[in-house]
Design a protein around this ligand. Sequence first.
Ligand code: PLP
Length: 382
Amino acid sequence: MLKVTQDPAVISFGGGLPAAELFPVEDVSAAQDRVMKTRGAAALQYSVTDGIPELRTWVAERLRTHQGLEVDGDDVVITGGSQQGLDLYARVFLDPGDVVALENPSYLGAIQAFDAFEPSYLAIESDASGMIPAALAAALERAAPLPKFLYIVPNYENPTGNTLVAERRPQIVDICARYGVPILEDDPYGEIAFDGPPPPALLSHGAKGAVTYLGTGSKMVAPGLRVAWMVIPDHDLRDKIVTAKQGADLHSCSYAQYVFHAYVEDEPRLAAHLARVRAAYKLRRDAMIDALQREMPSHVHWNAPAGGMFLWATVGAGIDTEELFERAVRDAVVFVPGRPFYPSRDRGDGMRLNFSAMPEERIAEGIRRLARAVREQDATQP
Ligand SMILES: Cc1ncc(COP(=O)(O)O)c(C=O)c1O
């Protein structure tokens, strides 16, 4: 797919890229100048494994003031992207043959990170309101062995764009507590909310240490900086994660941490930037939904995510989206077929459509092409 999308004629709903034209290039450049003038040597030196103290304090402060979470700087470990957080957590928890519980479908990058440790998966049924607590309870009741942890993306999930509704959050935390299953809450999109903030994090529910929370600067600012954070209230676990990280990379890039911090510490500037990103993505989501309504045959269905970067469409009519993909590529439009997001790869009728990376006109044209591919595929069905 990456090869195909190098071609500028191809319209890609496939990647998971933030809008590059919205990156705060000048402000990050100014932040970098300030860092080099005032903290140049520290930014170029080795640093502590858990992250520079001012950034850990900023993370804790932001989670306290924006989400009302009781987080202390000591709970925070800075990582090279949330992707590293997924890897470190799996390293600490998983041995071959262990079980991981997750949503169905789930984030492919997490499945890839976990796959390195050869677990099997307990896929918990999800619907438009997120993971279904009764399905989780039934699965844990039957599970032998129990999963080592539950992985969940509660806000504007990748791939579906769905959000776990407020009332299910404490239920899921309680069910996991009953079976002694820790939770890994991955929240890269919570700040990209179109209609007000999402419900309180799972981290706000249950006993201290029940939930480890991942946040990232990738969607708030820019993924190229690779600055993200783990909140690990269980300090025994935190120490294990820090030891695993020491073995992996000694510490995350000092320079990127200082520059990121120098950019985000100006709260009004960050707020203005996030407001621009949210407004632009909301327009793009609306453009995609308008085009889907205009162009698609009636057997295609989609959702309207309240934030993030993706929506999820199901084609029905017996169409497998991997076959549809082959046809769409020939028409110079791509998406991600749904099958790999299901750990057991047993459903082929879904597709993930990214709406953040392109202006509205391109989105409309891409959906026109995709609808043509669907109609052509319809014509080949028995
Ligand atoms: C659900 C989810 N988790 C983690 C990541 C990784 O993000 P990062 O850039 O912080 O490594 C992504 C990126 O798309 C994601 O969608």
